[in-house]
Ligand binder design. Structure first.
Ligand code: FAD
Length: 453
């Protein structure tokens, strides 16, 4: 059997190589460190954790990332196995000794008879004779490869920085204060709370005094600094951090993303002083994105300050905002459901570069890409996991569930899952989603085993 080539020995690439080898297919894993370094990695170990040593919550019933841990374990994930070996006490979270973790991954990869590890940079598109390649080069993909992918996919389709606005669970927005309306359109039929045709936005209204308080809070909030090597981040005028806009003067936001023109608050019958608009972020309609609110405020500050917005007092955030150096594809537009580049199907993508965010999410897409690539090499096809699983919810999001026009990196959260019926009480929803996910994952795994037999 001819080998599959995996470029990048980070979290996704190491997981992909392990899954491919586990299917009995040889793999060549190309990792550029230490020949060429990145700005964030310190050493040369495989699957180096570049920042925190935490894989976040390990609770499969209360947290979507905990559920993703459990699903990965059930899929025989190398990254989860190494994390469990390297585990250090961290309450309900899964945290690891980063050196033990990376050494464990490296030991297993180096010992596997079907995996060849080559320390080299792939500085451009891979040779044409590599017919089955996984690109898992991460948020700091080396420039020659990133430039080649950009030339292939188009200027707008590979970003070098993200500009993430917070995303809110729709069912945590107080629709007694907020209402659906697109600018210059009528309020949705049935008044506030009803979505009328063309009414794509949820609006949260401010009067002058509470706007001024909010503006002051934006200015005073603690911000995260850019890392030294991120300092030349190009702030595009179109996506300045909200607090940078606020610094230009108290009225700047009311003429910018918070402008109230064309909107009528159904409760007062007039135009508010300012608004925050939220736009639907996924096809399911469970998540809404705060338009123009990309920010460098610290996470705790974002939660505090954004809950000052009328209608968002009890907002649950599916993800908070951020701006980082981050190479990622517009996957909903560019990738097929097998994670292959439509423009060059011999290239499959995995990890953070596909527009997921986080160690565990990157691993998850590495696992799927590895299984899909191996199945293809063996003459079959690995179907995507059901969207009711955490693996499937993430996969669906990046291959079409997200809006390609405004695509920004996403972490796993329960808002990505098809909701349970409204008759399920609120406190039973997460455990219910989790049980459904693990049941559907078992069916999917059985199908995969049957196909392989
Ligand atoms: P990586 O783990 O970065 O692996 C990519 C690998 O590809 C690297 O080893 C790199 O050397 C190699 N490579 C790149 N280009 C080439 C090439 N041309 N040829 C050969 N090899 C190449 N996520 C969290 O969950 N928690 C955090 O605390 C966190 N902090 C982060 C901090 C920073 C500074 C950054 C940039 C990201 C952070 N992330 C964090 C996000 C993300 O989850 C991690 O970056 C994660 O490592 C992504 O996994 P990956 O496998 O996609 O990429």
């Amino acid at each position: 059997i001819r080998p599959i080539h995996v470029i990048g020995g980070g979290l996704a690439g190491s997981e992909a190589a392990w899954q491919i080898a586990g299917a009995g297919v040889p793999v060549v894993l190309h990792e550029m460190r230490p020949v060429r370094k990145t700005d964030a990695h310190q050493g040369e170990g495989l699957a180096e954790l570049v920042c925190s040593n935490s894989f976040r919550s390990d609770d499969p019933e209360g947290n979507a990332v905990g559920l993703l841990h459990e699903e990965l374990r059930r899929c025989d994930s190398l990254i989860m196995r190494a994390a469990d070996v390297a585990k250090v006490p961290a309450g309900g979270a899964l945290a690891v000794d980063r050196d033990v973790f990376s050494a464990e991954v490296q030991k297993v990869i180096e010992a596997h008879p079907l995996i060849e590890l080559r320390r080299e940079e792939i500085a451009g598109l891979p040779p044409a004779e590599w017919d089955n390649v996984i690109v898992a080069t991460g948020p700091l993909t080396s420039p020659p490869l990133a430039d080649a992918v950009r030339a292939l996919t188009g200027e707008q389709s590979l970003a070098f920085f993200d500009a993430i606005a917070p995303i809110v669970h729709r069912d945590s927005i107080d629709m007694d204060k907020a209402w659906f309306q697109s600018r210059y359109d009528k309020v949705g039929p049935g008044g506030a709370g009803e979505q009328g045709e063309g009414a794509d936005y949820i609006n949260c209204p401010f009067e002058k005094p509470n706007y001024l308080e909010f503006h002051a809070a934006l200015l005073a909030a603690e911000k995260t600094e850019f890392k030294d090597w991120e300092k030349n981040t190009p702030y595009f005028e179109g996506c300045l951090p909200i607090e940078v806009m606020a610094e230009r003067g108290p009225r700047t936001l009311t003429f910018g993303p918070m402008k109230p023109v064309g909107l009528t608050d159904p409760r007062t019958g007039r135009k508010p002083y300012a608004v925050v608009q939220l736009r639907q972020d996924n096809k399911l309609g469970t998540l809404f994105n705060m338009v123009g609110f990309q920010t460098k405020m610290k996470y705790a500050e974002q939660t505090r300050v954004f809950r000052m917005i009328p209608g968002l007092e009890n907002a649950q955030f599916a993800r908070l905002g951020g701006i980082h150096r981050n190479t990622f594809l517009n996957s909903p537009k560019l990738l097929d459901s097998q994670l292959r580049l439509k423009a060059m199907p011999s290239l499959r993508f995995a990890g953070q570069v596909t527009g997921v965010e986080g160690y565990v999410e990157s691993t998850a897409i590495g696992l799927l890409a590895g299984r899909m690539a191996a199945a293809q090499r063996l003459g079959s096809e690995q179907p995507a996991p059901p969207p009711t699983t955490a693996l499937g919810a993430l996969h669906t999001h990046i291959t079409g569930g997200a809006d390609a026009k405004h695509f920004q990196p996403m972490n796993v959260n329960f808002g990505l899952f098809p909701p349970l019926g409204t008759d399920v009480p609120r406190n039973e929803r997460k455990p219910g989603l989790s049980r459904r996910a693990l049941r559907d994952l078992a069916t999917w795994l059985n199908g995969a085993t049957a196909a392989a037999a």
